[in-house]
Design a protein around this ligand. Structure first.
Ligand SMILES: [Zn+2]
Length: 394
């Protein structure tokens, strides 16, 4: 699982020595196979070698980059990819002994980039699209915290919350003592729940999760929910019945179901918003042509695209901008080349423009929007119209 901490390391990485190499490979088994991945890797590496020859850099660095490239090629030719992963990302700099592999559940465009920093846009867009879920299991005395991200799970074993220990009973009448024991039990549980809520706040601030699910027997879960700080409470997406000693796999299945429901709900909200904007001729467009036009105008705010939607098209050989027709790029004038599916390029371009990207998994609403739609930042000519209106008023 890629942790928030690891993402930070990648983002802040600058090669002091050698070359930072970022490699993405689309391993989506539904349309491709291992032979294709191998050939694609070889081609990307061949181009990288050509680029290295062109660069006038220290010969030692070229040799080091060669080592990184060979390692990637070896890895791809021997790796057996689990079908649940749809792409793989490798970040490497042999000069600084940096080598990190990530398996990703969403397909990205295959690419190999050499620079002093890692090329992270596709990875960050993908990470941003998925919530990191915290699942806390709690009973009246214990609590466990799991972090779940893109189908993987790990337990935070340091999530030890302290509960108040029983004091020695004083000399009391039997009745009085019974009453006190009841009271103390209640106090202990409350204390345990508040310290659990507090510990959750700390893990939330450390970005161990963005959304929280509580697993407990009723009514403990609801009690814990009321004790959460406001920011954490706003990010609570479900309370489910659960045992404290559940197996990790059962916990994972549980959390995935809650996450799925939450995401479906968010998807529906986004698509309804897009449909509503389109209806009133507002800030949204639908269909590949209009969405491409918005991309050319740097006008994408949120891109919604059906999970399995593919569309052949053209891509600028220089800047990567996708097109449905034409010979040269509007932006940089370079020739366009044909690609079998330009949706990967569109997704990457959206990420480049800082737009959020949502792959829509379920439902018919996205189909009615032409499988691709977007919230846009401005409508063409609207500022001119506003200025004209102001001038007429004045
Ligand atoms: Zn271009």
């Amino acid at each position: 699982m890629i942790t928030h901490h690891e993402v930070n390391i990648l983002v802040n990485y600058t090669a002091r020595e050698g070359i930072a190499l970022s490699f993405y490979l689309n391993t989506d088994g539904t349309e491709r196979n291992k032979g294709v991945w191998n050939i694609e890797t070889k081609d990307l590496i061949k181009n990288a070698h050509k680029e290295l020859e062109r660069l006038t850099i220290n010969r030692r660095y070229t040799e080091i980059a060669d080592t990184s490239l060979r390692r990637i090629q070896n890895f791809i030719s021997t790796e057996n990819f689990a079908p649940k992963y749809k792409s793989i990302a490798i970040f490497s700099n042999a000069a600084e002994n940096f080598y990190q592999i990530y398996y990703l559940p969403v397909p990205v465009k295959s690419n190999l980039v050499m620079d002093t920093n890692f090329y992270l846009r596709p990875l960050l867009a993908l990470l941003e699209e998925h919530c990191r879920i915290g699942l806390v299991l709690v009973d009246s005395r214990h609590a466990r915290l799991f972090e779940m991200y893109m189908g993987e799970i790990m337990e935070h074993h340091d999530f030890a919350t302290k509960t108040r220990t029983h004091k020695k009973p004083l000399l009391e009448t039997f009745m009085k003592r019974e009453k006190r024991l009841m009271q103390r039990k209640e106090e202990d549980t409350r204390f345990h729940l508040s310290s659990t809520a507090e510990a959750l706040g700390i893990h939330f601030n450390l970005r161990h999760f963005d959304k929280l699910v509580i697993g407990a027997h009723k009514p403990l879960g609801d009690h814990l929910a009321r004790l959460l700080n406001r920011r954490l409470h706003d990010n609570l997406i479900g309370i489910v019945e659960a045992e404290i000693h559940q197996k990790e796999n059962d916990v994972l299945a549980r959390a995935i179901r809650v996450e799925r429901e939450y995401e479906l709900d968010e998807e529906r909200k986004l698509l309804r918003r897009i449909a509503g904007e389109i209806e009133k001729d507002g800030y949204a467009v639908k269909g590949i042509r209009s969405v491409l036009e918005a991309a050319h105008d740097y006008n994408l705010q949120t891109l919604a695209v059906a999970q399995d939607f593919a569309e052949p098209g053209l891509v600028c050989s220089q800047c990567g901008m996708p097109y449905s027709e034409g010979n040269t790029c509007e932006g940089c004038g370079e020739p366009l080349v044909e690609v079998s599916d330009m949706i990967y390029d569109l997704v990457e371009e959206a990420a480049r423009q800082g737009a959020a990207v949502r792959h829509i998994q379920g439902g018919s609403l996205i189909a009615s929007l032409g499988n691709v739609a977007a919230i846009i930042k401005f409508k063409k000519g609207e500022l001119v119209r506003i200025e004209e209106a102001a001038e007429t008023e004045a």
